[in-house]
Design a protein around this ligand. Structure first.
Ligand code: ATP
Ligand code: MG
Length: 226
């Protein structure tokens, strides 16, 4: 059976310009991601991994090149349409968790669904279910500073899952975690992949990358052939 393509990048470049210098961060990146792939993008610090992830996540624009998401040329979209597409298609997990410090576990998780037109009761029910599957059923009303790093990252994963995204982008999700919690996070990502989610994982650790089905190496803003 032909695999369905979810992402196609064609010769993507990204430069940051100031009056005096131009930094060439991505220098012609092309690759394709199919539905239900689990890809690790690995490369040294400063190689352009997060820049690439921000582009794939529709959080940043390209300097040149084409980005097709589910066959749609993303350059055709305005800010509002991009935000909507991002909200319903992509779940993000970051190294630093990015939870709201004053909000409880449940409040953090229901946040992205506030704009999705679902009632608060429904959202709370769904968030509770997701949190239970991630082993956080007894931490629903705690604030982030009352949770361990591993627990906070699981809250962030639950938040990423709230809108049923088909794609999960995780930028160094284990970077701030001890080995055990990091392994737990990788197990969760593998499980989600088994359930059909497409996952792009960014890491600079070979040990973490080997959990993925495909490894893409990036150096100086270019992909090295495997
Ligand atoms: N907004 C910006 N303005 C100027 N330069 C930037 C900007 N964002 C990133 N850069 C530069 O782009 C390069 C790539 O950064 P990026 O964050 O993508 O690297 P990375 O591979 O994610 O590194 P790390 O493993 O340390 O997270 C770096 O040299 C960085 O300084
Ligand atoms: Mg980075």
């Amino acid at each position: 059976m032909k695999k369905r393509e979810i992402i196609r990048l064609l010769n993507i470049t990204k430069q940051y310009k100031t009056d005096v210098v131009t930094t060439h961060v991505l220098n012609g990146i092309s690759f394709r991601v199919n539905k239900n792939d689990f890809i690790a993008i690995i490369g040294p610090s400063g190689s352009g991994k997060s820049t690439l992830m921000n582009i794939i996540g529709l959080l940043d624009s390209t300097t040149s090149g084409k980005y097709f998401l589910n066959g749609i040329d993303t350059s055709k979209f305005g800010e509002d349409e991009l935000a909507e597409l991002r909200n319903k298609t992509i779940g993000f997990v970051f190294q630093s968790f990015n939870l709201l410090p004053r909000a409880t576990t449940l409040e953090n998780v229901i946040l992205p669904s506030i704009y999705a037109g679902v009632s608060r009761t429904q959202r709370l029910k769904k968030a509770t279910e997701i949190l239970k599957t991630l082993g956080l059923g007894d931490r629903l009303n705690n604030r982030p500073n009352q949770l361990s790093g591993g627990q906070q990252q699981r809250v962030a994963i639950a938040r990423a899952l709230m809108n049923d995204p088909e794609l999960i982008l995780a930028d160094e999700p284990t970077g701030n975690l001890d080995t055990k919690s990091g392994q737990d996070v990788m197990k969760i990502l593998k499980n989600l992949n088994r359930q059909g989610k497409t996952i792009i994982l960014i890491t600079h650790e070979a040990e973490i990358a080997k959990h993925a089905k495909i490894i893409v190496r990036i150096t100086d803003g270019k992909i090295l052939k495997n």
